[in-house]
Design a binder for this molecule. Structure first.
Ligand SMILES: NC(=O)c1ccc[n+]([C@@H]2O[C@H](COP(=O)([O-])OP(=O)(O)OC[C@H]3O[C@@H](n4cnc5c(N)ncnc54)[C@H](O)[C@@H]3O)[C@@H](O)[C@H]2O)c1
Length: 392
């Protein structure tokens, strides 16, 4: 079962092929409105998942708040991205996370490559495809110097841009300075910037007070959290009108005559106006996604209502899997030193889940990733541990 994790990120031809050629029910249409997006999440949940693979935690949130009767059937899940992991950790902390979730984003083989090099390249690709702007010589403001921000700043610099970083974490700010970037608050950066890219996971990083000071012609986009990093309502309040001047490029005419160009309605620009990350980096991320269902399929008892973190290298992970400590269901100690158990609620024993999983919801339908995933998944479920080595 597949649905989108973002209304703009689906590639319709991929979704159609998954349905037609692979018989995978797919609920996703590029450009779907909010109502359709949530109706698709609901439709996916109608299939009563045993395993969820989310990207941003919208589906899991709906499951845990609106479809609680489905929870007992869910064995476990995974979460792909930083923002989703933050949301789920908060749920684990307040006791509302009702089944174990593995934080795929925490794997070095995820954030080190996908967030940094994948987002770095594909975000710049999205800006260029949407606008055809020449970045050399422009001042590019990157908000956030985490994994994604480092990648975006590095790639923009490589294309000849003068990169300015904004950060709220002083240590990351110093790191950016030592990497050769100018660092300043957004209130200062808006006096200089030509292109703005937010990758913070935070809300309202660019707000009304910033739009008021931007140069005319500024290009603003987000590659971080949903469509909330740019405060679009405040931009609309300052504007006398807007028109779409190129696909997914909205020109906002401010009341004082300046123009601001917003890309992809403030949603993830790399997924909306480009094709997301190249397949080679997604291979690593989706291999991380493919491992947890395999563990569950081999597990005799599920573990606990916890958010777990994969921090291992592949070699150590394979060793952890073969030691099969998690599969014992023991909760007195972490299942393996390679899997960090975050504080969670008391473990529950659930029925035997040694059968293969047959109801999995995968969230996110950009480029060929679901195809890659479905191949990985079939290999994992059809065979056993040996296939893990193939995946790596
Ligand atoms: N576009 C994609 O394909 C893609 C891929 C991976 C992650 N993401 C998303 O990108 C976002 C960032 O992910 P990450 O892995 O880099 O996270 P991260 O935690 O490594 O980095 C985020 C950084 O932003 C900083 N920050 C927070 N609020 C800020 C503000 N108001 N101004 C300036 N800096 C601020 C934080 O201090 C931190 O250093 C998340 O929402 C994540 O889900 C997107």
């Amino acid at each position: 079962m597949l649905c989108a994790s973002n209304p703009l990120s689906t590639q319709d031809e991929v979704a159609a092929s998954l349905n037609r050629d692979y018989n995978i029910p797919t609920f996703a249409i590029k450009g779907e409105d909010n109502d359709t997006y949530y109706s698709h999440l609901r439709a996916a949940l109608e299939h009563k998942p045993q395993f969820t693979m989310d990207d941003g935690a919208d589906l899991v949130t709906m499951l845990l708040t609106k479809r609680t009767e489905l929870v007992p059937d869910v064995i476990a899940g995974t979460e792909e991205t930083t923002t989703g992991v933050i949301r789920l950790r908060a749920m684990a902390k307040d006791g509302t996370l009702k089944y174990p979730i593995i934080a795929v984003n925490d794997a070095m083989t995820k954030h080190f490559f996908d967030n940094r090099y994948g987002t770095g390249q594909s975000t710049i690709d999205g800006v260029i495809r949407a606008t055809n702007v020449l970045l050399a010589g422009l001042k590019v403001v990157v908000a956030g110097y985490g994994w994604c921000g480092r990648g975006v700043a590095m790639r923009a610099k490589g294309l000849g841009a003068d990169v300015i970083v904004t950060e709220i974490d002083p240590v990351k700010g110093i790191e950016a300075v030592m990497d050769g970037f100018r660092v300043m608050p957004m209130a200062e950066a808006v006096k200089e910037g030509d292109v703005y890219i937010t990758v913070t996971g935070n809300k309202s990083v660019i707000r009304g007070e910033h739009f008021e000071k931007m140069k005319s012609g500024a290009i603003v986009c987000n590659s971080g959290h949903f469509n909330v990093e740019i405060d679009i309502p405040s931009l609309e309040k300052l504007s006398s009108g807007k028109k779409e001047v190129r696909p997914l490029v909205d020109e906002y005419k401010l009341k004082d005559g300046r123009k601001v160009y917003l890309l992809a309605e403030g949603r993830l620009v790399n997924l909306s106006t480009a094709e997301g990350h190249p397949a080679s980096v997604m291979d690593m991320s989706f291999a991380n996604q493919a491992l947890p269902p395999n563990i569950c399929a081999r597990t005799t008892k599920t573990s606990s209502r916890r958010c777990m973190s994969f921090r291992s290298t592949w070699t150590r992970k394979s060793r952890a899997l073969s030691s099969n400590r998690w599969a014992t269901g023991s909760t007195s100690s972490p299942p393996s030193r390679n899997i960090t158990l975050l504080p969670g609620r008391k473990a529950r024993n659930s029925p035997c889940h040694s059968r293969l999983l047959d109801r999995v919801i995968f969230v996110g339908a950009q480029h060929a990733a679901p195809l890659a995933f479905s191949n990985c998944f079939l290999r994992v479920t059809d065979t056993h541990v040996g296939s893990l080595h193939q995946l790596t």
